[in-house]
Design a protein around this ligand. Structure first.
Ligand SMILES: [Mn+2]
Length: 535
């Protein structure tokens, strides 16, 4: 007769089920009343457990889920999360993980945001229960906040990682980035409520009646926070046919003053970029940028005036990044896509979103997602192509392949892009202004739009006025741009009808208004004009 699994028994089951330690298996057999002498039999137990997760019935290890949800202070749930944190830390070498076995099936899942329904659908579609041995699930982060299953989802993913550490891989999203203030409180990702999301998950654990009544302590919150902090930032697929890089947001912020964006030492390697001490030119860590940035494929390769938090990278920057690190494609999540996916840069970057309420036929099928207009997708990577698969909530229907990206085509595109990119890099020419570069008679203007660096000769005067005629050599400058600055008092005045934004902080100045500037500042409008001016 089968013995029911008890809370205290779980303490014994500290190791993963793939563990072949005799005493462990023996104990497990006694607890479960099952014959686990062969690998097949242990596999069957894992399948039972996954089954329990799918049907939401508390079978065998599904009991652990209850533990994690309800008995937060119980030693067992702590040991599960701690063990998973340890496993993740061990495989998370230098903040990135690498996959090189292209015989396996890989699935990449975008933002789930506390939407358990979408996740369970994915497990059904890929027949995870039957094939888990050959499957690698890679999550691109943002597991928590917004949807209805705030703890239920993350705990199931933690449990799966606990059971199948080699098949489940979690990357960190911007919602899983936290910092601790001097009083030991966990703060929102950017530490500023105006600019970012509050860390709802931790707040929920500490304040929501449903969970609070179970005695959520600061220590328990720390357990989750430390678990999130153990997650790697980047996944690399280093296959024979193709090299793919995956992360939550996108690229690190480029150095706009460098000829090819990535000249400086801080871009030397992934290790260097992911080092928390590596900051961009406005003082944000590059790791934060990787969790927050977005692709932008606006007209003429311009990029819109990028914000402090969410750095927008252009196609030319994308090509430079891929060339620098020998990457053919980039997979990322982070932005809501109503069709579940979107491709950028001639299909070399794919943005995927895996939480959503809509079925493929447009019907609302999933009330647990915060994103009611999204028809969610996830990606399948094989040795030949990447497929974007629609999550269809109607279990009688077969899931639908929305789009296929062929690796051979991508390789060709990469070659074309790299040839094309050479034209972006300004060539060295005999610069007639070379002799007066350091003279006070010239101002230095970096044309962000066109990625070039030019000088404008100015009269020997404290008040300098630049108008369209002086500036039309710069791309993106349209009629009626006119502004002046005083070198002595370091003030800048807007003399044109359109509003100009000054500096990284995005202060807007209207016609006639003045503002104090530094020796170096950025001036931009909303239509692509972005110049760095150095006096
Ligand atoms: Mn995000």
């Amino acid at each position: 007769m089968k013995t029911e699994l008890k809370v205290q028994d779980l303490e014994i089951i500290k190791n993963t089920l793939s563990d072949t330690d005799d005493t462990f298996v023996e104990q497990l057999q006694i607890i479960l009343g099952k014959d686990l002498s062969s690998r097949d039999k242990r596999t069957a137990l894992i399948q039972d457990t996954i089954d329990g997760m799918l049907t939401l019935e508390a079978k065998a290890f599904a009991k652990v889920i209850e533990e994690l949800i309800v008995l937060q202070n119980n030693k067992t749930s702590q040991s599960v999360i701690e063990k998973v944190s340890n496993v993740v830390s061990q495989e998370n070498f230098n903040d990135f993980i690498t996959f090189s076995d292209d015989e396996k099936e890989y699935y990449v899942i975008g933002d789930l945001h506390a939407d358990l329904n979408s996740f369970l659908e994915i497990l059904k579609i890929i027949k995870f229960k039957e094939n888990f041995d050959n499957i690698n699930l890679i999550f691109l982060g943002d597991y928590i906040d917004r949807g209805k299953d705030k703890i239920e989802l993350i705990n199931r993913i933690i449990l799966l990682k606990y059971l199948l550490p080699n098949n489940i891989h979690l990357l960190r999203g911007n919602h899983e980035l936290y910092r601790i203030d001097t009083n030991g409180n966990y703060l929102s990702p950017m530490g500023n409520a105006d600019m970012s999301y509050l860390f709802n998950f931790l707040t929920l654990l500490a304040t929501d009646e449903k969970y609070k009544s179970h005695g959520v302590t600061k220590e328990f919150i720390k357990l989750y926070a430390d678990f999130f902090d153990s997650l790697p930032t980047i996944a690399l697929f280093n296959f024979k046919q193709i090299k793919i890089c995956a992360m939550h947001g996108g690229l690190p912020r480029v150095d706009l003053s460098a000829k090819d964006y990535y000249e400086s030492e801080s871009y030397e390697s992934f290790n260097k970029i992911l080092d928390l001490g590596t900051k961009d030119d406005i003082g944000i860590s590059q790791k934060t940028n990787i969790l927050w940035s977005d692709p932008f494929d606006g007209y003429d390769e311009a990029f819109k005036n990028t914000s402090e938090v969410r750095y927008d990278f252009s196609k030319s920057q994308f090509i430079a990044f891929c060339k620098k690190y020998d990457i053919d494609m980039v997979l990322r999540a982070h932005e809501q896509q109503n069709s579940g996916y979107k491709s950028y840069f001639d299909d070399r970057l794919i943005s995927v979103f895996s939480s959503g309420g809509k079925n493929i036929d447009g019907e609302q099928k999933n009330p647990n997602s915060y994103y009611e207009n999204v028809s969610p997708n996830f990606l399948k990577i094989t040795e030949k192509c990447i497929e974007s698969i629609n999550i269809n909530f109607d279990i009688d229907n077969i899931s639908s392949i929305e789009k296929e990206y062929n690796h051979v085509d991508t390789k060709m595109l990469r070659d074309n892009h790299e040839n094309e990119y050479k034209t972006y890099i300004p060539q060295k020419t005999n610069n007639p202004f070379e002799g007066i570069l350091s003279s006070e008679d010239a101002i230095n203007i970096i044309d962000i739009y066109n990625h070039s660096n030019k000088k404008v000769i100015v009269a020997n005067d404290d008040d300098i006025t630049l108008n369209y005629n002086d500036l039309k050599q710069f791309s993106g400058i349209k009629m009626n741009i006119k502004f002046s600055f005083n070198k002595k008092t370091k003030t800048m005045t807007n003399l044109c009808d359109i509003n100009l934004m000054i500096g990284i902080g995005g202060v807007v100045i209207n016609n006639g208004q003045s503002i104090n500037v530094e020796d170096k500042f950025i001036i931009s409008d909303n239509n692509g004009l972005s110049l760095i001016i150095t006096m």
